[in-house]
Write a protein that binds this ligand. Structure first.
Ligand code: PEP
Ligand code: MN
Length: 281
């Protein structure tokens, strides 16, 4: 099917044909998909309360409105740190509450959906699970925002159909997230597909975020790609930040320090303005 066909297909809930107005998802008073650009930040994985608290406090003060952190981590190797699980969810909820920040975290398993939903304000479906239709169907039954990351090598059409699974189940609070796709390139972790951002905005009414951290895997590329993402029409960013990236338990090489994050916010400000948007603060 062509993008034009998807755009005009009013049988598809994701399609622009069904909704000329952009969908705006409310996360505890923070709007995603409207005029405001939302910045989600935090560590790749929740390691302990102290590190999360320090990170959250700093990113909040610098302009992030939603706190991220993984408790269930989809690691390439089964021997790598798999996340703190329930303990991580407890820490994330506690820190989020203490700073009045909504929280987002990944759910990997259908059996853990209700558990994760008890703690999180937004549930994340990771790239590796974009094709997990049982999980998509389960999230379709929730009344909670879902961030749906693009699969590692998914086409835009497959990604939008994955979103359709959630919408079809009755949950309309879907936020897409472009996080790079696998290409022939090896100098970056993934290839950020910015055309997908502009294209999705054209064919669908759903909000779309960009994750320049996983899209590049390289700290120095995160800020330039964050600026490019906003220029391309993204409704927000999801960025990994760690107080001491060299000591991070996962994804240290792509994590920004709080200082780097401050620089990112300063760099995106004029781009946000030039795009006719404003930062959600
Ligand atoms: C993440 O955001 O923590 C993550 C694992 O990302 P992705 O699913 O995009 O690889
Ligand atoms: Mn990560």
């Amino acid at each position: 099917m062509s993008s034009v066909a998807v755009k005009e297909d009013n049988a598809l809930k994701v399609s622009r044909a069904n909704c000329a107005k952009n969908t705006v998802v409310d996360v505890k008073g923070c709007s995603i998909g409207g005029e405001e650009i939302v910045v989600i930040a935090g560590p790749c994985a929740i390691e302990n309360e102290e590190v999360l608290k320090e990170t959250a406090f700093k990113v909040r003060a610098l302009g992030a409105t939603i706190l991220r952190g993984g408790a269930f981590k989809p690691r390439t190797s089964p021997y790598s740190f798999q996340g703190l699980g329930v303990k991580g969810l407890e820490i994330l909820a506690k820190v989020g509450e203490s700073l009045n920040m909504p929280i987002i975290t990944e759910v990997m398993d259908t059996e853990e959906v209700s558990l994760v939903a008890d703690y999180a304000d937004v549930l994340q479906i990771g790239a590796r699970n974009m094709h997990n239709f049982s999980l998509l169907k389960k999230l379709g039954q929730l009344n909670k925002p879902v961030v749906l990351k693009r699969g590692l090598a998914a086409t835009i059409e497959e990604w939008l159909y994955a979103a359709e699974y959630i919408l079809a189940g009755g949950n309309s609070q879907v936020i897409l997230c472009e996080r790079g796709i696998r290409t022939a390139e090896t100098w970056t972790r993934n290839t950020l597909d910015l055309a997908a951002v502009a294209l999705v905005k054209d064919v669908s009414h759903l909000p779309i975020l960009v994750d320049p951290s996983h899209a590049t895997g390289v700290r120095s590329l995160v800020t330039p790609m964050a600026k490019a993402a906003i220029s391309a029409g993204a409704d927000g960013l999801m960025v990994e930040v760690h107080p001491e990236p060299e000591k991070a338990w996962s994804d240290g090489e792509q994590s920004l320090t709080p200082n780097d994050f401050n620089h990112l916010i300063n760099e995106i400000k004029p781009v946000v303005k030039a795009s006719g948007r404003r930062l959600s603060l």
